[in-house]
Design a binder for this molecule. Sequence first.
Ligand code: NAP
Length: 290
Amino acid sequence: MNYSNWPNSSTKLCCLIGNPVEQSPSPTMHNAAFRHLGVNAVYLAFSIENQNLSEAISGLKAVEFLGANITMPHKERTIPLLDEIDPMARKVGAVNTILNNGSKLIGFNTDVEGFANPLEKKAKIAKLTAMIIGAGGASKACAYSLAINGCRKITILNRTLLKAKKLVTAIEKEFDVEVRAEQLNEKSTQNQIGKHNLVVNATPLGMHEEWFGLSLEGTKLPEGTIAYDLVYRPVNTYFLNEFRRQGAVCISGYEMLVEQAALSFEIWTRRKAPKKIMTKVALSSIRGSR
Ligand code: NAP
């Protein structure tokens, strides 16, 4: 593509719909990927209030968008606004990607596979016992991803115990997996860490310091423990640094960020996403906006 005449009357549109969206690395990642492959498209970010969501979604069709990403807090409430929902997104009850196929808006969830892909590079998911801290949207995608990929035991710890219990009920309904809820506090976290070989942080906690003041100093982690932080800013969180010090294998949230974006990109363009480029720009965007 000749970018001297860009954007032009044939340029396709993609966007992020959420609130807030200002800090998102998604526009940088997708625009770099479009450019790298010479796709005549542009990706923008729109901060949309709840009361305007329905109009924003129907606008995607009216303005012939190629597609969109949906982020917090709209992933669940977007579902009834679409024409068709992919079975995985239906199962999880959340959409993070929309494809406009010309006549229909179709909803997908790429968070589930986006979470699993970096993990599968480190271990067989079916052999893991997992504890997830948090019970919000991201935790739900992780828990479903683990259950779908054969994980047999999942413990969900959350500040609001009722939310963890609701998630447990939803998972039990769909999967044959041992899953339980626990109140999140320093003691329960410390206690559960030794009983699981995958620890996922699905809260904004532990970005810099004071992960409830939890120190793993002297804690004996189970052999091959994996620590997976969904937080991607900073790349090396306090949570990951604590686990790394005790010998755990660490996965940073930017890996899931890139994977879910690459899968969205492939849904829109039907082309293999340039993950190396997307990773490079995601990392520089994250590091540049600390
Ligand atoms: P969410 O739906 O708002 O859920 C937030 C979760 O964090 C809830 O379980 C909440 O507990 C808990 N929490 C928040 N503040 C807390 C505090 N001070 N103490 C204890 N628990 C607290 O958000 P989400 O979409 O699940 O996102 C969670 C994190 O994952 C965010 O940091 C987000 O950036 C990250 N994320 C990363 C990716 C990626 O691709 N890497 C994708 C999605 C999300 P309560 O239920 O008690 O409120």
